[in-house]
Design a protein around this ligand. Structure first.
Ligand code: HEM
Length: 440
C-alpha cells in the first residue's frame, strides 16, 4: 500500500501534542542512569540491569532467579498458585496446562468476539460527542477477554468482575512493601479488597464446580481445559489452581492491553498521517468487514502501529526477579537476596538500537522499510522472554489489531486539549484517561 499523500493529512490533535511522544519520568530516570553508569545501577537491595546485554543475560539465566518473591505483591489478586508467582516444576506444570487455550490457532477463533465487542462500544458514540476512549476500551477489552476465554455466560457479568477486580487492582497498584503493610495493618483499602476477592472467588468457585460436574457451555473453552486438562502423569489442577489462573488471565489480560490500546490511539492521532494511512489500509483490506483469519497478515501497517505502540509505551515499564543465586555482571557483583529489575522502556528508547527512537514510525516494522529491524528478544521485549514470557502475547496483539481495525473503519476521531500524563505500577497508562472527540 502506498503512503497517504501529505495533502490528505488533517490536524487531528491540538498543536502541542503534534508529533509528541509522551515520556514517563521514572523511566527517564532509569534511562539517564544507564547513560551515566552503564548497565548496572544499584539502589539499596534493588539492582537495575539495563540495556540489551543485561536483558540477554537475565533471559538466559532463569536458574538464578525466583518469581514468587518478585511478584508476591500480586498474590492478593492473582492468588498464591498463579503462574506469575510460581517457580520451577510447579510453574512448568501449570503453564503446560494453561497454554493450549492461548495458542495462536485458538486465539484466531476469538476474532469475531473481539470485533463484536469493539463494535458494541464504538457504535454507541455519536458525532460531536466527547468520550474517554481509555475507559471505554478498557471495559470492551475486559468483556472481550472474558468472553473469548470463558464464554458468554461469564462475560454477561463483566461489569461485576470489573468492579470487584478494580478494588483488588487498586490495592496492588503500589510497591509490594506497601501492600504488605496494608495487609499487616488491615487497612480499609485492604478490607475492601478482601471483600471484593471473596465475591469473585465465590462466583468462580460455582463455575468450577459446575464444570467439574460435567456441565460446560460450548464456548467455555478455557475453563474446560483448566478443569479437565491433565499433565503427562495424569494430574490436573486443583480448584485453587484453576481459580488463580482464571483470575490471573482476566486481570493480566485487560489492564495491560487497554493501556496499550489508549497509547496506540494517542500515537495515531498525534503523529501526522498515521491515522489516515492505517484507515486506508483497513478500508483496502477489509472494507467494512471485521478481520478474519486470513486478513491479519495483510494488515501490515496496522501491525506496525501495534508493535510501535508497545515499543514506545510498553505497559510493563520494568519487570522484576528475585536473585536466588548471586552472580557477576558487567564487572559488578549482584548478591543473592537482591531484587533485580530490568526495563523494556529503557531498551526501547535507546538511539543505538532504534533510529530516531522517539519518533512513532509504524513503517519501521514493515519488511519493505530500509530500517526494518530483525529484533532479538533482548532488544524488543514488551512481553519479556524466557520461561515466564507473557502467555497472552498473541491474544493481546490480536485484540489490539482487531479493536483498532474496527475503530478505524467506523469512526473518525480528534484529540482535544487535555492533561495527558502516564502513571504506572501494574501497567503504564494515561493517568486521566484519553478524551477523544467523535468527528462527523
Ligand atoms: C499488551 C498487553 C500485555 C503486556 C504488555 C503483557 C506483559 C507481560 C510481561 C512483561 C510478562 C512477564 C513478566 C516477567 O516475567 O517479567 C507477562 C506475563 C504474563 N502475562 Fe502478560 N501482557 C499483556 C497481555 C496479557 C494477556 C492478554 C494475558 C492473558 C489473557 C496475559 C497473561 C499473562 C500471564 C498469565 C503471565 C505470567 C506468565 C508466566 O509467569 O508464566 N498478559 N505479561
Amino acid at each position: 500500500m502506498d503512503p497517504v499523500p501529505e495533502s490528505a493529512h488533517t490536524a487531528r490533535a491540538v498543536a502541542r501534542w503534534s508529533g509528541h511522544t509522551v515520556s514517563y519520568p521514572p523511566g527517564e530516570i532509569l534511562l539517564a542512569a544507564y547513560r551515566r553508569r552503564g548497565p548496572v545501577t544499584g539502589i539499596g537491595r534493588y539492582v537495575y540491569l539495563l540495556g540489551p546485554e543485561a536483558n540477554r543475560f537475565v533471559f538466559a539465566h532463569s536458574e538464578l532467579f525466583r518469581w514468587r518473591e518478585a511478584f508476591e505483591g500480586l498474590i492478593p489478586v492473582d492468588g498464591s498458585t498463579s503462574l506469575i508467582v510460581s517457580d520451577g516444576s510447579a510453574h512448568r506444570r501449570r503453564r503446560r496446562l494453561v497454554q493450549p487455550a492461548l495458542h495462536h490457532r485458538q486465539v484466531e477463533s476469538y476474532l469475531e468476539i473481539m470485533a463484536d465487542n469493539a463494535d458494541a462500544t464504538v457504535d454507541e458514540w455519536r458525532p460531536g460527542q466527547r468520550v474517554d476512549l481509555y475507559r471505554q476500551f478498557r471495559s470492551a477489552i475486559r468483556r472481550s477477554t472474558i468472553e473469548s476465554l470463558f464464554g458468554r455466560r461469564l462475560a454477561a457479568e463483566s461489569a461485576f468482575f470489573g468492579a470487584q477486580l478494580q478494588a483488588l487492582l487498586d490495592l496492588v497498584d503500589h510497591l509490594p512493601q506497601v501492600v504488605t503493610w496494608q495487609r499487616r495493618l488491615r487497612t480499609r483499602q485492604w478490607r475492601r479488597a478482601m471483600r471484593a476477592r471473596a465475591r469473585v472467588d465465590e462466583r468462580i468457585a460455582s463455575e468450577i464446580s459446575r464444570a467439574r460436574s460435567g456441565s460446560i457451555d460450548d464456548d467455555d473453552h478455557v475453563l474446560a481445559s483448566l478443569v479437565h486438562g491433565r499433565d503427562e502423569t495424569g494430574d490436573g489442577l486443583s480448584d485453587e489452581e484453576v481459580r488463580d489462573q482464571v483470575v490471573t488471565l482476566i486481570a493480566a489480560g485487560f489492564e495491560t492491553t487497554s493501556a496499550a490500546a489508549a497509547w496506540a490511539v494517542y500515537a495515531m492521532l498525534t503523529t501526522p498521517g498515521v491515522w489516515e494511512r492505517a484507515a486506508a489500509e483497513v478500508s483496502e483490506v477489509l472494507g467494512d468487514r471485521p478481520p478474519g483469519r486470513q486478513d491479519l497478515a495483510r494488515l501490515t501497517y496496522l501491525d506496525g502501529v501495534v508493535h510501535e505502540t508497545l515499543r514506545l509505551y510498553p505497559p510493563a515499564v520494568v519487570s522484576a526477579r528475585k536473585v536466588a543465586t548471586g552472580f557477576e555482571f558487567g564487572g559488578r557483583e549482584v548478591r543473592a537476596g537482591s531484587m533485580l529489575l530490568y526495563s523494556p522502556y529503557v531498551t526501547h528508547r535507546l538511539p543505538e538500537l532504534w533510529s530516531e527512537p522517539l519518533r512513532f514510525r509504524p513503517e519501521r516494522w514493515m519488511t519493505t522499510d530500509p530500517d526494518h529491524p530483525k529484533r532479538g528478544l533482548h532488544e524488543y521485549l514488551p512481553f519479556s522472554a524466557g520461561a515466564h514470557r507473557c502467555i497472552g502475547a498473541t491474544l493481546a496483539t490480536t485484540e489490539l489489531t482487531v479493536m483498532l481495525a474496527r475503530l478505524l473503519a467506523r469512526r473518525d476521531l480528534c484529540l482535544p486539549e487535555q492533561d495527558i500524563r502516564p502513571t504506572s505500577f501494574a501497567a503504564m497508562r494515561p493517568k486521566h484517561g484519553l478524551l477523544v472527540d467523535i468527528c462527523e
